[in-house]
Design a protein around this ligand. Structure first.
Ligand code: CP
Length: 342
């Protein structure tokens, strides 16, 4: 069974902590220009049903730094679910690639890919969650901890819509025993099913809490990290008037809202941001903002996730005798066929 990466809730806290440590080692190696080629000559197939900047570029650059390469299979370019079943696509790509990453509209598509793929499948965002972003964000929080606090001492307040990033942030923070609050208007709050999973995480961790509220002003007063995301995605553009009316102005992360948070609180956004909508320039470009550290850390997180999932299943050191055996057979064939240079 390959080691898929579909949801941080599929892993224990210790396993994820191990991944964070690997990401740190790879980030430090990258700073010195010394990333080991752990996936040399290996191929990453990247399926996208939706556009992307960070996910696409971070995975492709990560794979090259690890000695491999990536194929960008853009929306509409392959027969995914149209003219060919998801199961057949998974089985074909897994015969040619060493690891797959997919950004799919429906979460069921990425789980179906994983069901049929014999190589690891990494979830690059679905309508339910965004686990690679979540790992990156936790890593970024660890780099920006308030003085004297550990992760489990911190409170993350997610302001705005109950997006896929909200779900992943809720689940990864509670997995690490942190306090998580979703502050949003009543019709856009995190569903009970997400909260139940988060409560299970805090019970396992022995610390932490999860809370959903519309009282955003009260919520940010205890925030170590204030996080927000878009209020609408491409397929929700016909809902813009009612969404804008529900969120604006109370749930916009602006200087007035940030002034209610402790001075050490950091501002986070997965990006892309609609500046002037869910966040103002004043906050996004303030000293409290760590949004570009987050964006850079996608690269380091993807390196870690690729190694963590794909490295163990790969034969890295075929015996010299085996290499010589194959080279000899092929040279002999080429010689017999008269294809060698005279
Ligand atoms: N945060 C994020 O996933 O960005 P992209 O949509 O640009 O990949």
């Amino acid at each position: 069974m390959p080691k898929h990466f579909l949801d941080t809730n599929d892993f224990g806290r210790e396993e994820l902590a191990d991944l964070l440590d690997l990401i740190l080692l790879l980030k430090e190696a990258d700073r010195d220009g010394c990333v080991p080629e752990l996936l040399r000559n290996r191929s990453l197939g990247m399926i996208f049903e939706e556009p992307s900047t960070r996910t696409r570029v971070s995975f492709e650059v990560a794979m090259v730094k690890l000695g491999g390469h990536a194929l960008y299979l853009k929306p509409g370019e392959i027969h995914l679910g149209e003219r060919e079943s998801v199961a057949d696509t998974a089985r074909v790509l897994a015969r040619m690639c060493d690891v797959l990453m997919a950004r799919t509209l429906a979460h069921e598509t990425v789980t179906e890919l994983a069901r049929w793929s014999r190589v690891p499948v990494v979830n690059g965002l679905t309508d339910y969650n965004h686990p690679t972003q979540a790992v990156c964000d936790l890593f970024t929080m660890r780099e920006h901890l308030p003085a004297g606090k550990a992760l489990e001492d911190c409170t993350v307040v997610f302001v705005g819509d109950a997006t896929n990033v909200c779900s992943s942030t809720m689940h990864v923070t509670t997995k690490f025993g942190m306090d998580f609050v979703h502050a949003g208007p009543a019709d856009y709050q995190a569903p009970e099913a997400w909260v139940k999973l988060a409560e299970r995480n805090t019970a396992d961790a022995g610390t932490g809490s999860v809370r959903v509220t519309d009282e955003v002003e009260d919520a940010v007063r205890s925030a170590d990290f204030v996080y927000t995301d878009l209020w609408w995605w491409v397929d929700q553009e016909d809902e813009i008037p009612q969404r804008r009316a529900a969120f604006m102005p109370r749930y916009q992360v602006n200087a007035d809202l940030m002034a209610l948070a402790p001075p050490h609180a950091r501002f986070m956004h997965c990006l892309p941001a609609s500046r002037g909508v869910e966040v103002t320039d004043e906050v996004a470009d303030s000293p409290q903002s760590i949004i570009f550290d987050q964006a850079e850390n996608r690269l380091h997180a993807e390196k870690g996730i690729l190694v963590w999932t794909a490295y163990p299943g790969i034969e890295h050191h075929p015996a010299p005798e085996l290499r010589a055996h194959h080279a000899g057979r092929i040279a002999e064939h080429l010689g017999r066929a008269g294809w060698t240079r005279r």
